[in-house]
Design a binder for this molecule. Structure first.
Ligand code: PGA
Length: 250
């Protein structure tokens, strides 16, 4: 059985005060979360606060990005070892905002996956099609290309030690969620592609859905056979909403 994983992606939101309130709320409600593993991915600068506040709790934390480099003259970058220095467990790689706004291509994302995994972080690899790509009928082709880049770089077994987040770009932050059936179709396609490489990896790898998942639609989405959790943006910024998604996995 795959343990569902609900991860908050705070993006560039929050302040020291608001994060304290948010984490106090999440910690207070964690007793009700039975099935899901829970994590939050915070802006770099708040990771020390997050680590202090979550140490010893059941909530893991992580970064939203990382550098492919270990150290040196890379102004503004953060390395895997720096994330580990603050006990991050996870790091998001290839989020669609990084791909579209910051020009991260498949090759760079695959390298980031490799570097994160090698350092001992668990990468959360985001893949997904844009609206234009969906309308053209190439959703599967796009997801396959994005996955293949990582499999080519690290191999199927290493990919299997990460987490995949299927996030249709048209559903991110738009309030337009993929229907449970639409999401399930793509999740099943992804798992099928993994199975062509390695059945064990396909059976064990967790595939999150992301894109306007909220307290109201989480239960239906999480009930689908191949949806093993969620990567939550907007709805992860309020403890009550985030916890409702976490308990929806029960
Ligand atoms: P959203 O973001 O839940 O606000 O749509 C999800 C994500 O981008 O990971």
């Amino acid at each position: 059985m795959r343990k569902p994983i609900i991860a908050g992606n705070w993006k560039m939101n929050g302040s020291r005060d608001s994060i304290k309130t948010l984490l106090d709320g999440i910690k207070a409600g964690m007793g009700d979360v039975k099935a899901a593993e829970v994590a939050v991915c915070a802006p770099y600068i708040y990771l020390p606060d997050v680590a202090d506040q979550l140490k010893g709790t059941a909530v893991a934390w992580g970064g939203q990005n990382l550098s492919t480099e270990e150290k040196g003259a890379f102004t503004g970058e953060i390395s895997a070892s720096m994330l580990l220095d603050f006990s991050c467990k996870y790091v998001i790689v290839g989020h669609s905002e990084r791909r579209t706004l910051y020009g991260e291509d498949d090759a760079l994302v695959a390298k980031k996956f490799a570097v994160a995994h090698k350092a001992g972080l668990t990468p959360i690899l985001c893949i997904g099609e844009t609206l234009e790509e969906r309308e053209k009928g190439i959703t599967e082709e796009v997801c396959a290309r994005q996955l293949k880049a990582v499999i080519d770089e690290v191999g199927i077994k290493t990919l299997g030690e990460g987490v995949i987040a299927y996030e249709p770009v048209w559903a991110i932050g738009t309030g337009k969620t993929a229907s449970p059936e639409q999401a399930q179709d793509v999740h099943a396609f992804i798992r099928g592609m993994l199975a062509e490489h390695d059945q064990g990896v396909a059976d064990g790898l967790r595939i999150q859905y992301g894109g306007s998942m909220n307290a109201g639609n989480a239960k239906e989405l999480l009930a689908m056979a191949d949806i093993d959790g969620g990567l939550i943006g907007g709805a992860s910024l309020k403890a009550e909403d985030f916890l409702a998604i976490c308990t929806a996995a029960d």
